[in-house]
Design a protein around this ligand. Sequence first.
Ligand code: GUN
Length: 292
Amino acid sequence: MILIDGKRISQEIKEELKGAVLQRKAEGRKIPHLAAVLVGNDGASMTYVSNKVKACEEIGFESTLIRYDDSVPEEILLAKVQALNEDRSIDGFIVQLPLPKHIDELKITQAIDPLKDVDGFHPRNLGNMVVNLPGFLPATPAGVLELIQRMDIATEGKNCVIIGRSNIVGMPLSIMLGRNTKPGNCTVTLAHSKTENLAEVCRNADILIAAIGQPGFVTQDMVKEGAVVIDVGTTRVEDPSRMKGWRLAGDVAFDEVSKKASMLSPVPGGVGPMTIASLMLNTLKAMDLKGK
Ligand code: GUN
């Protein structure tokens, strides 16, 4: 079994991006500037956002973190999105999800200028993705594609089963892998909570992608011998043996599935770091899309 080492591959991408920053500096051009909006104190969201800010620092991008209390009214957040849309110093920004229940996530997502939507969540960018027009691809699915490409995993004509149809992972990934692109040209099955005979459906997969957020959900009886298995799950589970009291768990029962899969991505160190690398790639692209 070959480990799909997202940590190493994301580091390669960050090194490439450092080079791009140095080149821009040498040419006297603007350095990419990413802003992140974080609402509330959810531990996982705080970690994700701080990792995004750290990645900017490592690469040499500028970054701005904007924080609000859980109780922030929707109008205030919408006004901030508008201000960031108009701020010429900011090239791209994200609003970390999930948002508190009283805020309509889709309303916020749709308020973001599609040309600054480096998360690729705006319907315009999702639509562009469907018809292969230039735009931003959502960071986690783009990270999965980057892993597939850099690990030289064949996709053309392969059966790909994705478990989970979320707007930010499963749904866009199903489109990206089914398109007539490279990587792409898979025969995609998008499985979800209503899928019948899920284990049987999964056993048909040459490439199995788990994105449901249920630790250890994918067991070895769901995996074809020699399949490529990509684990997008990142759930915090209690672990008293760790200093922080928790650890990250993937959707795949790693020990048993590793006996059957030809390639497998671990959690942590698989897709997670690739999401951040893709966000950084999108931030650089934001400047190119605007011709800065
Ligand atoms: N929450 C979980 N994943 C993501 C992501 O990629 N972007 C944002 N903004 N929120 C998330």
